[in-house]
Design a protein around this ligand. Structure first.
Ligand SMILES: [Zn+2]
Length: 134
């Protein structure tokens, strides 16, 4: 999903959650937008360039999900870690709200188009690397 949609929804959620979390509501924005930095990290590692512009155009391609990508923040293991972190550090709840909104939007687009991301819920690093399947 295009980052501008994540940014727009995250801004709305940040404003809505301000009365509940105060300035910690900015974590919603961080969680809702910055999770996609894993796409950029993948591009840096695999394409050996720091160009944000090239990475953006590369990720906009329709067959984006058909590439065998490892997105370190878009997987079930990261989700489990986030839930555990929020349990022990409730102050991180706004970050979790941002991440949840991001993953919900990614999932919606996945089921609509099936070409922008790997399935953000079923995608598992354990399955991919330890069990050696896709
Ligand atoms: Zn995403």
């Amino acid at each position: 999903m295009d980052i501008k949609y994540h940014f727009f929804v995250s801004i709305m959620l940040t404003i809505i959650t301000f009365p509940f979390f105060g300035w910690f509501c900015l974590l919603v924005l961080i969680g809702g937008v910055l999770i996609d930095i894993d796409h950029y990290l993948w591009h840096i590692y695999n394409k050996r360039t720091l160009s944000v512009k090239k990475a953006y155009h590369f990720m906009k391609h329709k067959n984006h999900a058909n590439r065998n990508m490892t997105l370190i923040f878009h997987n079930i293991e990261f989700w489990i870690a986030k839930v555990i972190l929020v349990f022990f550090f409730p102050v991180l709840l706004p970050l979790f709200i941002g991440l949840a909104s991001h993953m919900t939007m990614d999932l919606f687009i996945y089921f609509k188009n099936k070409h922008t991301h790997p399935n953000p819920i079923a995608y598992s690093l354990t399955k991919k690397y330890l069990l050696k399947s896709k």
